[in-house]
Design a protein around this ligand. Structure first.
Ligand SMILES: Cc1cc2nc3c(=O)[nH]c(=O)nc-3n(C[C@H](O)[C@H](O)[C@H](O)COP(=O)(O)OP(=O)(O)OC[C@H]3O[C@@H](n4cnc5c(N)ncnc54)[C@H](O)[C@@H]3O)c2cc1C
Length: 530
């Protein structure tokens, strides 16, 4: 019998420690890595990019801009003269951009070809001292000496692509943020994250910033069988699922298909989510796996939802019990936050300010060429008085247990699709193989029960015609917004997996670089999740 020692409602509180913070590093002003907040006292007067959001979308764009368009000059002179030595308290460990150059030139900042992304610097603001220039004879980039009788003409000051990232949260990593909690477990603040991708480009990119360990996610569901008893079965439903729940006696794919076909009503044009789900899974699986789970997730029964919402419910004909089928499935050895540390910290071309809400400081921002906004698109236009886009959120209930055998449940993720409990799933992080090794010797374990809610962090866009129409209005305005690009899941009002968010940001960057334009564009090759 599991022993519940605590039962805490946990909603983004501050009881966490980052690995850096937790390892005896005292973050300045309570922020990790000694990063500051607000935009007072920035080391530079102007930035090429001001990026709102230190998640995947903002992080990838800043990293690419520094690696492909930036030019690192050696520290020289007082802070603010050329560029100051970075003030980060945490030394970079592991492969960083400069340690692991990739085909895209990551970490090998080189002098870029002139590009329209680097427009001429505007005149200094009135009342401000002009920007300091290197003195004649000094070599800001250690240039070669020519045989000109010992007289060197000062090389022109090369352009430097600088980014300022601000985030209203007190950490980097956006929704991927994970940390070591006070009991020593690595947990994800915004819900468990599993990396999987079919995009080789994304896989190659993430390997520059972390070591990865293979991990194939398998989800179990506690479902009611035909006698009303709770059984543990693979999710998505497959042969084992129907055999365990309904004694189907299926032994191969043909039999599975026949079992489904004997039940699935032929509905050519499903009018709502229920008709769609029934036509894909038949009534038994629909009741046991999809109906109440959907109600809990969206607070609406499938019959009240668009057919499209249930168009992708997965039913497997084969015995593959992996949750994802992508060729690359893995976990970052030291967690997701470490990836962002390796991408962004100690990069002299990237400054970061945390606990800084764009809307509170937008009038005080330093001069910049382009704003990259990765927050909610409707928040950007809030002052226009248009309605808000709807989101679903999650509430996490944390419990600590010391069960016999050290584990609370059979898998990292156990779904609870039935109406018998209010939560949708329970996540037990101890099952993740990228925990600190001592975790596996602990008698205890931490679990999180997840409840879907209307309030809280914006997590899942609500896919219905009204929201789609409203988003179109925002998107049209965004396309015309001068000097601003909108990137990422909140700005696109689209659920992106991590790999899709990475690809989207990489392609956004390519697009801007290739077109040589600062105009926003939302046409990317990212495909919806299969
Ligand atoms: C519960 C949950 C589980 C998930 N699980 C997986 C998974 O298993 N596998 C997977 O591949 N993907 C998963 N994802 C998706 C993944 O989290 C996203 O793809 C990714 O985080 C998108 O990155 P982003 O940078 O676009 O957005 P975000 O990570 O949301 O970053 C946006 C940032 O902008 C900041 N911001 C917003 N407004 C402002 C403002 N006004 N001022 C300053 N900063 C602001 C926010 O604080 C945030 O840090 C999951 C998502 C959720 C919600």
């Amino acid at each position: 019998m599991p022993l519940a020692k605590t039962n805490l409602v946990w909603e983004g509180d501050l009881r966490r420690q980052t690995e850096a913070g937790g390892a005896g590093m005292a973050p300045a002003a309570g922020l990790p890595y000694g990063l500051g907040s607000g935009v007072e006292g920035l080391p530079h007067e102007r930035y090429d990019l001001v990026i709102v959001g230190a998640g995947i979308s903002g992080g990838v764009i800043a990293e690419r801009a520094a690696a492909e368009l930036g030019l690192v000059r050696p520290p020289r002179g007082p802070p603010g003269h050329l560029h100051p030595a970075p003030s980060r308290a945490v030394p970079r460990r592991g492969p960083g951009p400069r340690a692991a150059p990739g085909p895209e030139g990551a970490g090998r900042p080189r002098r870029p070809a002139p590009t329209p992304l680097e427009p001429p610097r505007p005149a200094p603001r009135p009342g401000r001292a002009p920007r300091a220039r290197p003195k004649a004879g000094r070599r800001p980039c250690g240039g070669l000496t020519r045989g000109n009788g010992g007289h060197r003409a000062p090389p022109p000051t090369p352009p430097v692509q600088r980014s300022l990232i601000i985030d209203k949260r007190d950490h980097i990593g956006g929704n991927c943020y994970d940390f070591i909690n006070d009991k020593g477990f690595r947990i994800s603040q915004y819900g468990v994250h599993l990396f999987h991708t079919k995009y080789d480009r994304v896989w190659e990119y993430v390997n520059r910033f972390s070591e990865w360990m293979p991990y194939e996610h398998r989800v179990k569901g506690k479902c009611l069988d035909h006698n009303g008893e709770v059984k543990l079965v693979p999710i998505p439903p497959s042969q084992e699922t129907v055999n365990t729940l309904f004694e189907a006696g299926v032994t191969n794919e043909d039999e599975m298909e026949a079992w489904l076909d004997a039940r699935r009503p032929k509905i050519l044009n499903p009018r709502n989510g229920e008709e769609m789900a029934l036509s894909r899974s038949g009534p038994e699986l629909y009741e046991a796996v999809f109906k109440y789970y959907t109600k809990k997730q969206w607070d609406k029964f499938p019959a009240e939802l668009d057919a499209s919402v249930l168009a992708r419910i997965p039913v497997r004909l084969n015995t593959d019990d992996r949750y994802f089928t992508d060729p690359h499935q893995a976990l970052p050895k030291d967690g997701y936050t470490k990836i962002f540390e390796n991408m962004l910290l100690d990069n002299p071309l990237i400054d970061i300010r945390l606990s800084t809400d764009f809307f509170q400081i937008r009038d005080q921002l330093p001069e910049h060429t382009m704003l990259v906004f990765t927050g909610p698109i409707d928040a950007y236009y809030a002052s226009l008085g248009l309605p808000k886009l709807e989101y679903r959120s999650l509430r996490f209930e944390e419990e600590y247990h010391e069960p016999e055998g050290g584990f609370y449940q059979e898998a990292l993720q156990v779904n609870h699709p039935g109406p018998n409990v209010d939560y949708t799933r329970i996540v037990e992080y101890k099952h993740k193989p990228n925990q600190p090794t001592e975790v596996y010797d602990k008698p205890g374990t931490v679990i999180f029960k997840e409840y879907s809610t209307d309030v809280g962090e914006p997590y899942y866009p609500v896919p219905n015609p009204a929201n789609r129409e409203l988003y179109e209005k925002y998107r049209e305005m965004a396309e015309k917004e001068p000097g601003v690009i909108f990137v990422g899941r909140l700005a696109s009002y689209k659920y992106f997996n991590m790999d899709q968010a990475i690809l989207n940001a990489l392609e956004m960057f390519d697009n801007l670089k290739e077109k040589g334009t600062l105009e926003p564009s939302t046409e990317f090759k990212v495909l919806p999740k299969a």
